[in-house]
Design a protein around this ligand. Structure first.
Ligand SMILES: Cc1cc2nc3c(=O)[nH]c(=O)nc-3n(C[C@H](O)[C@H](O)[C@H](O)COP(=O)(O)O)c2cc1C
Length: 192
């Protein structure tokens, strides 16, 4: 259990930290895939989609990869506040994260991450058309012949975390906030 009535806020935030570290290191971890919700300004609506957790950094940055032309990137550039959602079905807890997202494209961070993407996965970022473009056949995917790619890295830096532990007897929930990276997470119990 990530939360127990006996645990202090510090123990709980450390458990969450450990869970994210494990998820970034282990491709079969339950928190490896998560949902990212952005605000789509053009259509005035929220949009959510699944992504893969690639890295968890010491300042709590949650890193994922995407195509620079995807609509999530445009959403984030317009409105950097994002909401991330994780669910661990085995241990029956949910983690909701509010974060501020930064797009890294054609810079030192994206170039360095690109070196670690394996060749098969690299293909996903070399399509001629942008993700979401209309195509006439299901398998009509044309790729760049040169080294052109649209790989980009998104870093989401959390400022609020809510954790909910489902428990047959009593559900438990705690909310944490942190105004800056230098600050310690401030946790308090909330009604589940
Ligand atoms: C399990 C799963 C993992 C995914 N991981 C990623 C990912 O890491 N990065 C990504 O850009 N899209 C990923 N996708 C696809 C996205 O959910 C989404 O369909 C795509 O990125 C286009 O999103 P957008 O148009 O809202 O930007 C994943 C989909 C699934 C089902």
């Amino acid at each position: 259990m990530i939360i127990n009535t006996d645990f202090s806020p510090d123990e709980i935030i450390n458990n969450i930290n450990q869970a994210f570290r494990n998820a970034a290191a282990d491709t079969s971890h339950n928190l490896r895939f998560f949902s990212v919700a952005t605000y789509d300004n053009g259509n005035n609506t929220p949009q959510s989609r699944m992504v893969v957790l690639r890295k968890f950094l010491p300042d709590w940055t949650l890193r994922f990869y995407t195509d620079y032309r995807s609509s999530k990137v445009a959403d984030i550039k317009n409105h950097p506040s994002v909401s991330l959602l994780f669910w661990n079905p085995e241990e029956r807890y949910q983690i909701r994260v509010q974060a501020s997202a930064t797009v890294h494209y054609q810079n030192e961070i994206s170039e360095s991450e690109w070196q670690h993407v394996d060749d098969a996965a690299k293909k996903a970022y070399t399509t001629i058309l942008a993700p979401g473009s209309g195509i006439s056949q299901p398998n009509e995917v044309r790729r760049q012949k040169d080294n052109t790619h649209h790989f980009c890295v998104i870093d989401a830096l959390p400022f609020q975390i809510k954790v909910l532990q489902l428990n047959r007897e009593d559900h438990l929930a705690m909310s944490f906030i942190r105004e800056s990276v230098a600050e310690k997470w401030d946790g308090s119990w909330i009604l589940p």
